[in-house]
Design a protein around this ligand. Structure first.
Ligand SMILES: [Zn+2]
Length: 260
């Protein structure tokens, strides 16, 4: 079985953390000297798709992104699926979308040694280079399940739930340092990878995209960091609708009002 869980934080609970308020305050106070400055999509809606590629989703998504004229999308791929579907990886690249690291097999890296994480990144990079036939400039990474310990996952989930998570948080190194396990950050940095979390998650691995929720979240704000999954097997029927119906509607909604 390749991937047991779709969402980056599907296994995490939504429990209140007693230290939440204090931590939240310190996130909001954090300086903005962050990695967002170097991101070409800054000031725009950024779409990210985790866990692919997949033959049932990738090509459809690419068609839809293209027809909606979306420029800023990152596909956080899983190495085992790159091996299985190399042509889909080539297609993502040739359409001009970015590819990010999402591990070789979606194992939770919190339980891995720094050496194992380092090796996983190197194996992924080599595989991607071989697949594309170039020395790919791999810059972006999203650890499976956000690379969070149970404790910090609770804090993150609570911020999400309260709607107080902002793009400046998830793109800032200070925030990442508070949320993601130290050994993961160190291993990623050693390999020149920038960690990107997310701030709007529709839980699309288990339910349809809620456009009302999207509108509420969007509020005309140009910069949003949306998370979707390529995980068609997760819930039957939900995903079919998600790709064929919900995603085009979602793209229409954000691309008509924003430079996406
Ligand atoms: Zn994932």
């Amino acid at each position: 079985m390749l991937l047991a869980v779709a969402s980056c934080h599907a296994e995490q609970g939504f429990n209140l953390s007693p230290e939440l308020s204090q931590r939240e305050q310190s996130f909001n106070d954090s300086e903005d000297d962050n990695i967002a400055e170097s991101f070409q999509g800054q000031g725009k809606a950024i779409l990210t798709f985790d866990d692919g590629p997949h033959p049932k989703t990738t090509l459809l998504l690419l068609e839809q992104l293209k027809s909606a004229k979306v420029k800023n999308a990152i596909f956080f791929l899983v190495g085992e699926r790159i091996k299985k579907y190399p042509n889909l990886v080539k297609k993502i690249d040739s359409e001009g979308y970015m590819i990010g690291y999402h591990s070789m097999n979606h194992r939770n890296q919190v339980g891995m040694s720094p050496k194992e994480i380092n090796q996983d990144i190197k194996t992924f990079k080599l595989l991607l280079d071989e697949t594309l036939g170039v020395n790919y400039s791999l810059e972006y990474a999203r650890p499976p399940f956000g690379g969070m310990t149970t404790k910090t996952a609770k804090v993150f989930s609570e911020l999400e739930k309260k709607g107080t998570l902002h793009i400046k948080d998830v793109m800032s190194i200070q925030f990442v340092q508070k949320i993601v396990a130290d050994k993961i950050i160190k291993a990623y940095r050693k390999n020149d990878l920038k960690i990107y979390l997310w701030h709007i998650d529709f839980n699309d691995w288990k339910q349809r995209i809620d456009l009302k929720h999207a509108k509420k979240k969007f509020k005309g704000n140009m910069t949003q960091y949306w998370l979707f999954h390529e995980m068609p097997k997760y819930k039957k029927n939900v995903f079919d609708n998600h790709i064929t119906e919900d995603m085009p509607n979602f793209l229409k909604l954000i691309c008509n009002t924003s430079n996406c």
